[in-house]
Design a protein. Sequence first.
Length: 212
Amino acid sequence: CCPGWVDYMEKYFADMIPNFSTAKSPQQMMGAMIKSYWAEKAGVKADSIYSVSIMPCTAKKWETRRNDDMKSAGAGYDVDIVLTTRELSRMIKQAGIEILKLADEEADNPMGPYTGAGTIFGVTGGVMEAAVRSAYYLVTKKELSDVNFKDARGLEGVKEAEVDFGNGTKIRIAIAHQMGNIEAVLNKIREARDAGREVPYHFVEVMACPGG
């Protein structure tokens, strides 16, 4: 989800790229789907679509032009432009629109109903929790109760947890935000790996900004 983190990892922890998730960010997945699946469903030419993404992070602007993988739908860049939430807020104010005075409307639903897991992606720990909940359900056919994250000993800005899948499988997970804290986690993993020890975590979620 976090292009700032991706750039940091590629520059300073390139040896860990083979362990990095191959999934694109939700922004880039949606952009590609809009210009492929949705375009076909709506009977619209993909090259006539101008896709605008509303995001809280300025790094998402850079992500849209990161490389040619961002053109996967075959109709130019999958996301044409990104507006930050602050920019959108300014535009709304400049247009004299008073949100609280607008009549309620049903939101568009072009891709079908969203899941609870999908709504928590944008906060620190959201991707991790969504992935773990989904994996737990696929394995056990049961809903996972709350994941109890605790502060990682000796690591500021890092929380960790262990999830028991009930079949003898336990996974150790961690979430980290802010680059200084991220570096400490990755160094801990690297040191264990290089020493031939079991690494401390199976799954780590990273966000460059405090809170997500």
